[in-house]
Design a protein around this ligand. Structure first.
Ligand SMILES: [Zn+2]
Ligand SMILES: [Zn+2]
Ligand SMILES: [Zn+2]
Length: 458
C-alpha cells in the first residue's frame, strides 16, 4: 500500500475514544490521534473497552486480522473500519475510514451506550447486539466453493459457530421475530449424513442402481413381440427380426421403437428415464434427491422487535425466570390459549398487557442518555414487578401475560403506567393497552391478538 494520504480524504475533527490503528502506520497528520500497533499481539497492552479500530493491511493479512478481532471476545462487536476492501471486509468490518468516520464513531458509541441486553455467553443476543450496533450491515453469507458448505456466514465462522448451528440459530431468531430476511441469496442441497453441499448428481439404472447405462436405439417386432437392439435387426441392408426372421418394412405396421431408450450394462434392464442420485463428495454417502437437506441461504437484518430487545434487554430479563429462557413466540401464543381455556372452565381472570415504544428511531438519533433509559426501564419494571408475568417481545410490542389478576389490580398497573408516561413526556413515546381473559380467541391466537390490540391502543 503506497501513500495513504492519496487514498484517504482525512477526517478533520477529533474524537474522544481510543482509535487503534493496525497494520502499516497512519499518515503523520493522524498519528497523534491513534494508538498504532503493527501486529495483533500488541492488542494485549491496550485498554479495549472504549476502542474502535482502523485496519490498514494488504488483503490477505487484513482478512486474518479482521477474523482475529471478531474472534476476540473484547473486540467481537467493535467498530472496525478498513482503508481498502479485502475479500472478508464486507462481512467482518463496518465500512471504510473516510470523511464520515467521525459520524460513524460517534453513532457507534452512542448506540453502544444504549445497549441493555446482557449478551455474554448467549449467541442469539450477541448477534442481535452486533446487528444493532452496526445496523447498516446485513448479516450476509459468502460463497466459497472451497468450503464443504459452499455458503457460510463469515461472522459466525469467526465466532466459532459452525454452519449447521448457523442455520439453526438463524431459524430460531427468525421464528422469535427478532431477525428478518432481506434477500434470498441461493438455495443449496446438502448431504443428510455430513451436511456437505458438494454433491455429484449421477444418473443410474432404476433397477440395480448401476452407473454403466447407455442410450440405445431398440426395435420391437410386432410379429413375435421380440425387443432388441437396433443393430441386431440389421440383415444385409434390410431390417429383419433376429428371433422370428420376419422382414420388417413399415414402422407402425411391422415394428415400432419402444419408448425405453436406456439400457443397463449390469442387469440388461431397459428403461425410459434413469434415476438420479446424489453422491456426497465429502463422505461418499449416496442419497435419494428427496432425502437431501434443502437450505435457503439468506441475508438478514434486525427487526424493530429485535432492536427493542437490545435496548430494553434488562426489562425483559426482569420478567423472565431465567435470562436465557425467553419463550418462543409460538409458545407464548400457546400459553395464552391454554390459560384462556382454563380460565373459561374454572372461572378465572387473566390479562395481557401490550407495551409499545413508539419512537425508537428518535431515541437513537436524539441521544437520550443511558441514565434516562435506565431510569425509565427501572420504573417500567417496577410497575409489574412482583407479579409472575410471562413476557415476550413480538411485532405487537412487549406482551405481558398476567395470570389471576383482578380488574382492580389492572387499574393499579395502568395508573402506574400513566404516571410513568407523565414523567418522560418528551423522551419516550409509549403506548399500552390490555386484553381481558377469558375471551373468544378462536384457532389463531396471533391474529386474534393483532386484531384486538390494534383496536385498543391508547
Ligand atoms: Zn456427506
Ligand atoms: Zn441395472
Ligand atoms: Zn419377430
Amino acid at each position: 500500500m503506497q501513500n495513504l494520504r492519496e487514498i484517504i480524504p482525512l477526517p478533520k475533527a477529533n474524537w474522544h475514544h481510543s482509535g487503534v490503528w493496525l497494520g502499516i502506520p497512519p499518515p503523520i497528520e493522524l498519528q497523534h490521534k491513534f494508538i498504532f500497533i503493527d501486529r495483533l499481539s500488541g492488542l494485549v497492552e491496550i485498554d479495549l473497552t472504549d476502542a474502535f479500530f482502523v485496519v490498514a493491511c494488504d488483503a490477505h493479512e487484513q482478512d486474518e486480522i479482521l477474523t482475529a478481532l471478531r474472534k476476540n471476545q473484547n473486540t467481537a462487536l467493535s467498530l472496525i473500519l478498513v482503508i481498502a476492501p479485502s475479500p472478508l471486509s464486507p462481512y467482518l468490518a463496518n465500512g471504510t475510514f473516510d470523511m464520515d468516520t467521525l459520524t460513524k464513531v460517534e453513532e457507534y458509541f452512542h448506540k453502544k451506550s444504549l445497549v441493555n441486553l446482557y449478551y455474554e455467553n448467549n449467541r442469539e443476543f450477541t448477534l442481535l447486539t452486533y446487528l444493532w450496533l452496526h445496523s447498516g450491515n446485513d448479516l450476509s453469507p459468502i460463497k466459497d466453493p472451497k468450503n464443504a458448505s459452499v455458503y457460510y456466514y463469515p461472522l459466525f465462522d469467526a465466532w466459532g459457530i459452525n454452519i449447521i448451528d448457523s442455520f439453526a440459530l438463524l431459524a430460531q431468531l427468525q421464528s422469535k421475530g427478532w431477525l428478518e430476511s432481506t434477500r434470498l441469496e441461493s438455495r443449496i442441497r446438502c448431504c443428510p449424513s455430513c451436511q456437505s453441499a458438494r454433491l455429484n448428481y449421477i444418473d443410474v439404472c432404476p433397477r440395480c442402481f448401476g452407473i454403466e447405462i447407455n442410450l440405445r436405439a431398440s426395435l420391437h417386432c410386432f410379429n413375435c413381440g421380440h425387443i432388441g437392439e437396433q443393430s441386431s435387426f440389421r440383415e444385409s441392408g434390410m431390417l429383419a427380426c433376429p428371433n422370428c426372421l420376419t422382414q420388417l418394412r413399415h414402422i407402425g405396421v411391422d415394428y415400432d421403437r419402444p419408448i425405453e431408450t436406456h439400457s443397463c450394462h449390469h442387469c440388461q434392464h431397459l428403461f425410459v428415464d434413469a434415476k438420479v442420485q446424489a453422491q456426497c463428495l465429502e463422505c461418499g454417502t449416496t442419497s435419494e434427491l428427496s432425502d437431501l437437506i434443502v437450505r435457503n441461504v439468506r441475508h438478514y437484518h434486525l427487526t424493530q422487535t429485535g432492536r427493542l430487545l437490545v435496548i430494553q434487554g434488562a426489562l425483559d430479563q426482569l420478567f423472565a425466570d431465567n435470562s436465557s429462557n425467553i419463550m418462543d413466540t409460538n409458545q407464548f401464543y400457546w400459553l395464552v390459549k391454554w390459560q384462556n381455556d382454563l380460565a373459561k372452565r374454572h372461572n378465572l381472570e387473566h390479562a395481557i398487557i401490550s407495551m409499545k415504544l413508539l419512537n425508537l428511531q428518535e431515541i437513537v438519533s436524539s441521544k437520550v442518555s443511558f441514565d434516562q433509559l435506565q431510569e425509565f426501564q427501572q420504573r417500567l419494571s417496577s410497575v409489574v414487578r412482583g407479579t409472575d408475568a410471562c413476557s415476550q417481545f413480538t411485532e405487537e410490542g412487549l406482551l405481558l401475560f398476567l395470570p389471576f389478576i383482578s380488574p382492580d389490580e389492572i387499574q393499579h398497573v395502568f395508573q402506574k403506567l400513566t404516571d410513568l408516561i407523565a414523567i418522560f413526556p418528551e423522551e419516550f413515546k409509549f403506548s399500552f393497552c390490555e386484553i381481558h381473559l377469558p375471551a373468544e380467541i378462536g384457532a389463531d391466537v396471533k391474529s386474534w391478538l393483532v386484531d384486538n390490540l390494534a383496536s385498543l391502543e391508547r
